[in-house]
Design a binder for this molecule. Structure first.
Ligand SMILES: [Zn+2]
Length: 67
């Protein structure tokens, strides 16, 4: 489930869905998400075929979510 605001800093305006393909997928950021969210984060990142990628323009937090 996608949060309506950045889970790190609570920013709503700058917490936006971005085009993962255009932005380029970062393995490092994915691993970081796994660390932050634990096994659930890795499952969400590895199994979902339809995913959305969110990036916070305020604190820089990025994460993938199931669409
Ligand atoms: Zn943020």
């Amino acid at each position: 489930m996608r949060p309506l605001s950045c889970p790190m800093c609570g920013e709503r305006t700058l917490w936006k869905e971005v085009d993962r393909e255009k932005k380029g997928f970062s393995v490092g950021k994915s691993a970081l998400g796994g660390i932050i969210f634990g096994p659930m984060g890795l499952i969400a990142g590895g199994l979902g075929k339809t995913r959305v990628y969110y990036c916070c323009g305020k604190c820089g937090f990025e994460h993938e979510y199931k669409a």
